[in-house]
Design a protein. Structure first.
Length: 131
């Protein structure tokens, strides 16, 4: 499913949410990996983000930004295919249910198309220890 040709962040609704109970005093790593993507327009940027709603609700573009990566798509179709991988550590200010989603946006207003079935897309959070 294409992300949409606009400068609005678009949630990866095919992948969906990752929901987990987190605790204060711990450090976590959020990971979005296994995404291969194409575009029909050469020489464009895409920004991939992981967001946390800090609740049981689905995150939005206004939710807490956990990680971000900018990708440059130099060619079109398979020749310009990029692997999107993001990982970043964070802490939480409140214990409880946290819901994460991945988003993409193109400052050039073009469509990013994830490639199906090449590898499994994953979004997860790891507990990496006490703060």
């Amino acid at each position: 499913t294409a992300t949409g040709a606009n400068t609005t962040e678009v949630r990866d609704a095919v992948l969906g949410n990752y929901q987990v109970v987190l605790s204060t005093g711990r450090r976590y790593r959020a990971v979005y990996t296994g995404v291969l993507a194409n575009t029909a327009t050469a020489d464009v940027r895409f920004i991939a983000r992981i967001r946390n709603s800090e609740s049981a609700s689905t995150p939005s573009a206004a939710s807490t930004l956990i990680a971000e990566r900018t990708l440059w798509m130099g060619e079109t179709s398979a020749g310009g295919r990029q692997t999107i991988e993001i990982a970043h550590t964070f802490t939480v200010s409140a214990s409880g249910t946290h819901t994460f989603s991945a988003f993409t946006v193109s400052p050039e207003s073009v469509v990013l198309t994830p490639v199906a079935a090449a590898v499994a897309r994953e979004l997860y959070v790891e507990d990496i220890g006490a703060v």
